[in-house]
Ligand binder design. Structure first.
Ligand SMILES: Nc1nc2c(ncn2[C@@H]2O[C@H](COP(=O)(O)OP(=O)(O)O)[C@@H](O)[C@H]2O)c(=O)[nH]1
Ligand SMILES: [Mg+2]
Length: 340
């Protein structure tokens, strides 16, 4: 964690640390797998490289699964500590004496993730065995899984920026998103208070909240019916995006549609613990929308890129090429904000 704003003193290439966080099934592994595609679609402006062999292999294997094999990455097993460097440039106003000018400066930052199976953070009383639900009790998790949960929290608390993935659909099914969020948040606040990095009543971190799976019909139609979707003019296929000023409202409204209202509680907890100016909401899709091979643009009548597996029940496959939506953007926003 950097020690507060330090404009003009830190070198521009100081590596900010960004952590990835989200409940099991929220789409973390798929998000990372699509990141490489998002980077290559940035037309040479950005690049990403693993800091060790495990992270290099992770990215190549998962990217192949999504693009060549057109399947989702397998469920995460055990615990993996992964780390990449994202490299590119950004524009920055430089003051020399009384003169100001805009310069292109390198922007490098580190993206860290603990990719852990949901079951690792389970408490002791659960009777389901599918490893998908998270029932977290910090003390249990610490005792049962050799401090993996503690490691996750330490790592998040130590970051400058956090990407938090929230899946509104999973929340509808299980209603445990708030528990997962609340558990981690309480523990991060506890560490920050102990280390004296709480600023007033807020955490020092920047937070990018990402609604995942925008391409799913339920999420897509909720945004569509409310008039929140606009075509992105710079996009060759004119894929829709959620209007920037409406993403936070969509987050809350998706919460109101769920019986457990998890997103509403998560939203309230974010407002209580983070500076308003340090939080931004994004509506993302790792897979993106479908476009037929001969089609030249997005069609609302035929957009689904995730289809049921022909042979395996409850499995899904990817129909066409993937077009990640707002996958790189949260990362770059955090990279810029934490680079000041
Ligand atoms: N429609 C859609 N489904 C997704 C997307 N990303 C992930 N999923 C689904 O969510 C499941 C869980 O994703 P995964 O990345 O394994 O979640 P993790 O446990 O947080 O790593 C996948 O198997 C997919 O079925 C997306 O962008 N769109
Ligand atoms: Mg995973």
């Amino acid at each position: 964690m950097s020690t507060g704003p330090n404009p003009g003193v830190l070198p521009v290439t100081r590596m900010a640390k960004i952590g990835l966080w989200g409940a099991s099934g929220s789409g973390k592994t798929t998000y990372l797998a699509s990141l490489y595609v998002a980077v290559t679609q940035s037309q040479g402006r950005w690049n990403i490289v693993g800091v060790d062999q495990e992270s290099v292999d992770f990215l190549t294997e998962k990217t192949d699964a999504l693009t060549l094999e057109r399947r989702f990455p397998k469920k995460t097993e055990g615990i993996q500590n992964l780390s990449w460097t994202v490299m590119g440039t950004t524009e920055q106003t430089v003051t020399k004496g009384w003169r100001k000018r805009v310069e292109t400066v390198p922007l490098h930052f580190q993206l860290d993730m603990i990719d852990a199976a949901g079951g690792l953070f389970k408490g002791t009383t659960e009777d389901d065995t599918d490893g998908d639900d998270i029932d977290i009790d910090f003390d249990d998790a610490k005792n049962e899984s050799g401090g993996d949960a503690e490691q996750l929290i330490d790592q998040l608390a130590d970051c400058d920026g956090i990407i938090y993935l929230y899946d509104p659909l999973r929340e509808n099914r299980n209603g445990d998103e708030f528990r997962h969020f609340q558990w981690a948040l309480q523990n991060i606040v506890f560490r920050a208070a102990r280390n004296g990095t709480i600023d007033g009543m807020h955490l020092p971190h920047y937070l990018a909240v990402c609604i995942t799976k925008l391409d799913d019909p339920k999420v897509f139609h909720t945004a569509y019916k409310r008039g929140y979707l606009v075509p992105e003019p710079s996009d060759p296929f004119l894929f829709p995006r959620v209007r920037e000023d409406k993403v936070e409202a969509l987050f809350r409204e998706l919460g109101n549609l769920s019986p457990t209202r998890g997103a509403v509680m998560v939203h309230d907890a974010i407002r209580a613990s983070f500076h308003e100016s340090r939080v931004r909401y994004f509506a993302t899709s790792a897979i993106g929308f479908y476009v037929g091979q001969s089609a030249t643009r997005f069609r609302a009548a035929n957009f689904q890129n995730v289809v049921p597996h022909p042979n395996q029940r409850d499995e899904f496959t990817i129909r066409g090429d993937i077009h990640p939506i707002n996958v790189l953007e949260p990362l770059l926003w955090l990279g810029r904000m934490t680079n000041r």
